[in-house]
Design a protein around this ligand. Sequence first.
Ligand code: SF4
Ligand code: SF4
Length: 431
Amino acid sequence: MIFRKIKGVHIPGRKEMSITNEILTFTNPEHVYVPLVEQGVPATCLVKVGDKVKLGQVIAEKGGRFPIPMHAPVSGEVVSINQKMWHASGRMVETVVIKNDFQETKHESIKPNNTDALTREQIIEIVKNCGIVGLGGSCFPTYVKYQTTLPIDVVIINAAECEPYITADYMLIKTRVNELIGGIKFIMRATNAPKAVIAIKKTKEELIEILNNHLANEENISVFLLPDVYPAGWEKYIVQKVCKKTYRGLPSEAGAVVNNVGTAIAIYHAVTNNMPLIEKVVTFTGDGFNNPQNVYVKIGTDIREVLAKIGGYNNEVTEANLIAGGPMTGKAVAFDSLVVHRSLGSVIVQSRKIRLVNPECMGCGKCCDICPVRLSPILIKRTLEDKDYELLADFKANNCMECGLCSYVCPSRIELTDAVVRAKTALATRK
Ligand code: SF4
Ligand code: SF4
């Protein structure tokens, strides 16, 4: 199995520019634009133009197999339900636009819980009702992970944050470690897991010290050190490291539930106060900003409003890429009228002289995982380069359906589809 071969590679982190002593808070934008789509799944709008909404009120419901609500990030008036805005997917999406009344009038559902009395089922229901999704980029509804009937041996908090530039989780651990530990305890209750580990790269010494200090009296929560490689934050990689097991579908097959740092903190606020997911930390970084830093923002904030708060663009950088997301997995977008959605972790503006991709295969296995006909595109590419046509036939390159998925998912942007199609042609012409 290709997964066993994953070693990962070290790549420069470039994180220092956005590590500061605190997270800037900007939670009062003029308008919020809540996207009516998430991970390609449309959401049903539950409000209409002219409605007055309260902070935390459900305004839309994402459908599909795992439905989950979306909430108003501010109180105010709905002024549009179909305004198109740029999204980190690189496409324009329809949004619900709320004009902020700056009153922060909370919905009645936001109130403290008697957390000691909550059952496992009640915690899972709260996590669902509060719209908690994976904040590491997946946006996968978190409650689904907890509904497993499989025994969970360990909760793994993914604190690897292995993509270069991004430091949102770094800053959360540095400034909100008590909320993180509180969230972990709720996740352990939601999964009946007897222990939890915080999996973090061994090079993040400042954070490891903070965590060890705060975990000194926690018998069942510990720090697990990961190597400083990419993609150390890939869920399968972490589960293999912690549990010494692999899985096909969800980590629960290996006895694990994995959440990232931001998600655990969101769960802390959901379970203690029924606070829905309406804010998140986004890293604004790169040499194209005057003051790279992490900012607490409302979901739906137009990033142009944030830029004004962090000192704007660096005029000395005349040619730059704006990346929504990380440099390995994000998308270059043409305009900065981009809205923050639940899975956006960073906005990078970087001068074009810096490489944004790694030209080498990192052995992440994504191209093999995604191939609908179970080929190994990277092995086919290498075998083609070696001109070993017998092996190419063994690798069944001729089964390629040319869907392009392998090139699409490759974090190194290797032209895999092109190579596999050339291998097909080579096999066909040699018959
Ligand atoms: S293009 Fe071919 S090799 Fe690549 S994912 Fe699609 S079927 Fe697989
Ligand atoms: S070719 Fe790309 S997707 Fe495939 S294993 Fe290498 S880095 Fe991953």
